[in-house]
Design a binder for this molecule. Structure first.
Ligand code: SAM
Length: 196
């Protein structure tokens, strides 16, 4: 397997090998965000890439939106599209090493979990919980399928995800979403998890 370090991802960005990029804010996430009315909610999008969801939130007036990605080129698009997006909210670095001064109310998952080595999944769950306030929420989508090639992306199933996330979260929702883009329809679980 490739070593999935920052250099690997930076090379993919520079080579425009970004097949994961859907070119818009993920519809299951925007559908969910319609019910997050508080514009001061502190939101983190890890492994955000072009960060279409951050742009969407910014345009909707959310003030405390942070994105994390360790590939320096990833945020070029967001910088171009939203020059007034606060530079200090662009966290260029390793998600697993993040040490924000204030925890987040909401973490949004969109093809970051599937991009990391599956061995790191327990650490992802623990770090996500660590970054959240008490009763904070992890919401987004996970692939509900395996892939017939070596990842990334790495897939999975609800049966695998449930015990993994239950170590740190109460599972409010984990079900196939009807809001996926057509190529992913039926293959994405929407999750809404509340920190224990
Ligand atoms: C598959 S891309 C997804 C990008 C975006 N979420 C999307 O859906 O278009 C995964 C992103 O996660 C970033 N990434 C992977 N591991 C990371 C880590 N440990 N810390 C921060 N970013 C990471 C990569 O640089 C890459 O931009």
């Amino acid at each position: 397997m490739n070593i999935l370090d920052a250099a690997y991802w930076e090379t993919r960005w520079q080579g425009q090998q970004t097949g994961w990029d859907i070119g818009e804010a993920s519809p299951p996430l925007t559908h969910y965000l319609e019910n997050v009315s508080d514009r001061t909610t502190r939101i983190l999008i890890p492994g955000a890439g072009r960060a279409y969801e951050a742009l969407y939130l910014h345009q909707q007036g959310y003030e405390q939106v942070f994105v994390c990605d360790w590939a320096p080129s990833a945020f070029n698009h967001l910088r171009q599209q939203a020059p007034d997006f606060p530079e200090e909210h662009l966290l260029v670095g390793d998600f697993f090493e993040l040490k924000p001064p204030t925890p987040f109310d909401l973490l949004l998952e969109q093809t970051f979990f599937c991009a990391i080595d599956p061995k790191l999944r327990p650490q992802y769950v623990a770090k996500a919980a660590d970054l959240l306030t008490d009763q904070g929420t992890l919401a987004g989508v996970l692939f509900a399928r395996e892939f017939p090639f070596e990842g990334p992306p790495f897939g999975g199933t609800k049966a695998v995800y449930q015990p993994l996330f239950a170590t740190h979260f109460d599972i409010l929702t984990m079900q196939i979403t009807p809001h996926s883009i057509p190529p992913r329809l039926g293959n994405e679980l929407f999750i809404e998890l509340k920190k224990k």
